[in-house]
Ligand binder design. Structure first.
Ligand code: IPE
Ligand code: IPE
Ligand code: MG
Length: 244
């Protein structure tokens, strides 16, 4: 089966709120509402895997009131959507560290993963307390520990072994990454996995991102030619023969 993995850096909630005289958490709250629309629309657009960047390893450095507001929104999202996600056959996974997340939220994350474990529709991954550098460091540490135990030979460490030590071990690489808010940077999202991902940077803020926006972006993605370091068009071997 063909997979289509879309990643979204859901950025711009704070500025969206500030532009309307609201506090930043109100912007996150509007942003959280968008998540449900996008999750519902994704399968109809051929998306098999959707990975949403919800909270980075650096986002803990924001003011406590904002961090607490976000944790409360994550909790409300899980509580409010648990049954509906399962009913819609959505399998949910979380990537990132977990030990810094408040214990009540961590328990809900585990419950949601457990309850949707057998779902076979959309694969929804939520990156929470996630950073690509942290994920890579943890993966490398895990491999080093296995080498130290004598369970793994250093020569066996290659791209495949490293990829299988990442939080995303069960997921295909992202094909297409969208970032809202006008910033053109990756901010520590899927650093290893996005090696050949297509990117789109949109000016609109996340609370203004709709199912129609996603449909337009996916349409644009399908018009792109991915080359993976090759030359595109006819198969390289055939071309070589034709030119000789
Ligand atoms: C993205 O919106 C949500 C998180 C990072 C949690 P921001 O809060 O970063 O919004 P801006 O970029 O400040 O507008
Ligand atoms: C990236 O947005 C993280 C999430 C969307 C969760 P940030 O707002 O944290 O990124 P920077 O600070 O602008 O790079
Ligand atoms: Mg931001």
């Amino acid at each position: 089966m063909n997979t289509l993995h879309v990643g979204i850096i859901m950025d711009g909630n704070g500025r969206w709120a500030e532009a309307r005289g609201l506090n930043r958490v109100a912007g996150h709250s509007r942003g959280a509402r968008r998540v449900s629309d996008i999750v519902s629309a994704a399968p109809g657009l051929g998306i098999t895997h959707l990975t949403l960047y919800a909270f980075s390893t650096e986002n803990w450095q924001r003011p406590l009131a904002e961090v607490n507001g976000l944790m409360r929104l994550f909790r409300n999202y899980i509580l409010g959507r648990m049954e509906s996600l399962r009913a819609h056959d959505v399998r949910v996974r979380f990537i990132g560290m977990r030990h810094r997340v408040p214990v009540h939220l961590r328990q809900l994350m585990e419950m949601l993963e457990e309850r949707t474990r057998n779902c076979r529709g959309l694969n929804l991954t939520i990156a929470l307390d996630y950073g690509g550098r942290d994920e890579l460091s943890r993966a490398v540490r895990g491999l080093a520990e296995r080498v130290a135990e004598g369970a793994l030979a250093p020569e066996a460490i290659g791209e495949e072994a490293l990829a299988s030590a990442l939080d995303t071990r069960d997921l295909p690489d992202p094909d297409f990454i969208i970032r809202t808010s006008g910033e053109c940077r990756v901010s520590n999202f899927l650093l290893w996995q996005a090696t050949y991902a297509e990117y789109e940077f949109l000016k609109i803020a996340w609370p203004d991102f709709t199912a129609e926006t996603l449909a337009g972006s996916v349409k644009g993605y399908h018009r792109r030619q991915r080359r993976f370091g090759q030359i595109g068009g006819a198969a390289p071997a055939a071309r070589a023969v034709a030119e000789n």
